[in-house]
Design a protein around this ligand. Structure first.
Ligand code: GRF
Length: 185
């Protein structure tokens, strides 16, 4: 069973989806960088240990050292990003080479960045989707593990499109993680 940490900054629906999946993992800790993240309520309800590590008042290096310390304590092997809004430094990433995985709500390399859903919708593309990828030192540039398309129909609103993206995320993240974990068993 792989020891993992999930990192989230917001709602945490992907975190909950992972925590309630049949993946062969032990979630040692949920790391949130924001004390108001709804993900914390989910962790409490699901009995997953969590730590709030805020960046305010410290250097990025100190912030990352604080996180690394927690990961070390839990013998964490994989870091699963699930809506984590901080950019991790190259120095941090080097320590978890090909062990940090992210989910992004577009078909990369299109619509990188924090507004993948809105940017694709505003651009008017007819097909967007979801990507699961390894994290490297660029933003949404790491090697792709798996992708799934989402069709934008003429009668889709931003809200219905968003719902389709999230439903696709929940399936794809689990599928992609199974692929990664099986290979490394
Ligand atoms: C998801 O759309 C994910 O693809 C992106 O951030 C969002 C997180 O949503 N990276 P949630 O917090 O898991 O509900």
């Amino acid at each position: 069973m792989a020891n993992v940490a999930v990192f989230a900054s917001g709602s945490g629906s992907n975190f909950e989806n992972i925590a309630t999946s049949d993946l062969n993992i032990d979630i040692k800790v949920l790391i949130v960088d924001n004390k108001d993240a709804k993900a914390i309520e989910r962790a409490k309800r699901l009995n997953v240990p969590y730590k709030i590590v805020e960046r305010t008042g410290k250097t990025r290096d100190q912030f990352e050292q604080d996180i690394l310390e927690i990961l070390k304590q839990g013998n964490v092997e994989y870091i699963l990003l699930a809506g984590f809004m901080k950019i991790l430094s190259a120095k941090f990433i080097e320590q978890y080479d090909r062990k940090i995985i992210n989910i992004h709500p577009s078909l990369l390399p299109s619509f990188k960045g924090k507004d993948g859903i809105l940017d694709a919708y505003n651009y008017g593309v007819k097909v967007s989707g979801v990507t699961v990828h390894y994290v490297d030192s660029g933003i949404d540039t790491g090697e792709i593990i798996d992708q799934a398309p989402v069709i934008i129909e003429d009668d889709d609103t931003l809200e219905t499109f968003e719902d389709k993206i999230h439903a696709t995320e929940y399936e794809l993240y689990i599928r992609a993680l199974k692929k990664v974990l099986e290979v490394n068993e």
